[in-house]
Ligand binder design. Structure first.
Ligand SMILES: *Cc1c(COP(=O)(O)O)cnc(C)c1O
Length: 451
């Protein structure tokens, strides 16, 4: 694309667009990077410059961009029908995909309810859990238990679960209050406990909460193994299992929000698999369509599902749905995505590449501003602080993480930190050479910005 075309688009972006999670005053003061094409793990801008996609286009790309099998599935389905409603009708790829997902998911899950984004998949799970207890004659079970700084999306229900005073204070009056539990990470990293002691203490606190609130709890909702948006806060499979056991003892449902961790990200198809967790509800999004189209799903157990069965006048129907739910184009691409998982043994390929990433990350450990390194599979974070041993952060206005990302971009790598946590979240199709490129660019950028 010519230089004048790029300038015209940049001006129109500044004039007409409002970008998500973006301070637009800062945005409008800089030239935007405009993506026009992509190839494999590279994004290409309107000037023809290539960038390694180090965040998998915000955590959703799986097999790389322009994957022939996925491109083909999209074209073939568009020659049949692009969209037809799931309200009162079924469609071919949505049925086939549901069957396939149930085959892959933990055995506890039996039904697939589609929506269009991760936040919606969480809204659906929330509403299913609350309505389930109503139908089961325990309407007092209305509370949700979440981990401190969990992130479940940006609709109001999801924000109630993940309330963060920095972002959400203006909304406070509109939200319901969740019951919060500290993850081991909070106790270890912010309160200075040893790893094992922090895990034991987190379990003890959880037991107290479940004993105290027991009969009022509708569900525990958790991002299994890695609280992504919190800043890549990892916990062990043991902690996840213990937490789930406490929820079970209290009679509550268990919701696994696998929107970020699902589809091979942690080295298993689902993070739940590492702990043998059998949730009652599971939220899927991001990687479901290989990073191609907006589609999400909430998987439910047969026990949850049957509570909604009855004659129409019994009012047990799940009154919920979106216009594009079960979209055939998205479902066809999701099916092709899962077929590639089979054919290329994608999940098995993650372990060696993740080990390579882990070895490369250890280089950061010696840096004087690196406070912590956390990783599960191809999902990792390096936390920077002004004075790590005092837990003293950089001043927010120093914009350390953001400036490192901009410096890495000049070296041809796209990353998006979470405040001052450097995030490594490439597509699963990344190879070891590209991992090295990613690590080198971010490491050099770190040296450039903080010395
Ligand atoms: C990204 C994310 C969501 C929200 O998904 P959207 O598609 O952005 O609405 C929910 N939960 C987790 C764990 C996520 O990482």
């Amino acid at each position: 694309m010519s230089q004048p075309d790029t300038l015209r688009l940049a001006a129109a972006d500044h004039r007409y667009l409002w970008h998500p999670f973006t301070q637009m005053q800062s945005w409008m003061a800089q030239e935007p990077l405009i993506i026009e094409r992509a190839e494999g793990n590279y994004l290409i801008d309107t000037q023809g410059r290539r960038y390694l996609d180090g965040v998998a286009s915000l955590w959703c790309n799986v097999h790389g961009h322009r994957k022939p099998a996925l491109d083909r599935a999209l074209m073939e389905q568009s020659a049949k029908v692009a969209h037809s409603t799931m309200l009162g009708l079924a469609n071919v790829p949505a049925i086939e995909l549901a069957e396939r997902l149930i085959g892959l998911a933990p055995k506890s899950l039996a039904r697939v309810f589609y929506s269009d984004s991760g936040a919606e998949a969480v809204e659906v799970a929330l509403r299913m859990a609350a309505e389930y207890w109503h139908h089961r004659g325990q309407p007092q079970r209305t509370r949700f238990v979440t981990l401190t700084d969990s992130y479940h999306g940006d609709t109001l229900g999801a924000v109630s679960l993940g309330y963060n005073p920095l972002f959400h204070r203006p909304l406070r009056g509109l939200l319901f209050e969740a019951l919060k539990l500290h993850s081991p990470h909070v106790l270890r990293f912010f309160q200075g406990m040893e790893a094992q002691a922090a895990e034991d203490e987190a379990i003890r606190l959880a037991r107290q909460l479940f004993e105290r609130e027991g009969e009022r709890i509708a569900a525990l909702i958790v991002e299994p193994l890695m609280q992504g948006a919190a800043g890549m806060w990892a916990h062990s499979a043991r902690f996840l299992s213990e937490l789930a056991a406490l929820a079970r003892e209290a009679g509550a449902l268990i919701v696994a929000d696998e929107v970020a961790t699902g589809f091979g990200r942690t080295g298993a198809m689902f993070a739940c698999d590492h702990a043998g967790l059998q949730p009652d509800l599971m939220c899927l999004g991001k990687g479901l369509t290989g990073g191609y189209l907006p589609m999400a799903a909430t998987l439910a157990s047969e026990q949850v599902f049957t509570a909604f069965l009855g004659r129409p006048e019994e009012r047990r129907t799940f009154y919920y749905g979106h216009t594009y739910t079960g979209n055939p184009l998205a479902a066809a691409v999701a099916l092709a995505n899962l077929k590639v998982f089979d054919e290329e043994r994608t999940v098995a390929r993650v372990a060696p590449v993740a080990q390579h990433l882990g070895r490369g990350l250890s280089r950061f450990a010696a840096h004087r501003h690196v406070a912590d390194i956390r990783q599960w599979g191809l999902m990792a974070g390096v936390e920077l602080m002004e004075v790590p041993h005092l837990r003293q952060c950089f001043a927010p206005e120093a914009q350390v993480g953001a400036r490192i990302a901009m410096a890495a971009r000049r070296a041809g790598v796209i990353v998006r930190p979470l405040a001052d946590v450097l995030v490594f979240m490439p597509a699963l199709s990344i190879d070891t050479t590209q991992i090295d490129l990613l690590l080198n660019a971010v490491y050099d950028a770190t040296i450039e910005i903080v010395g």
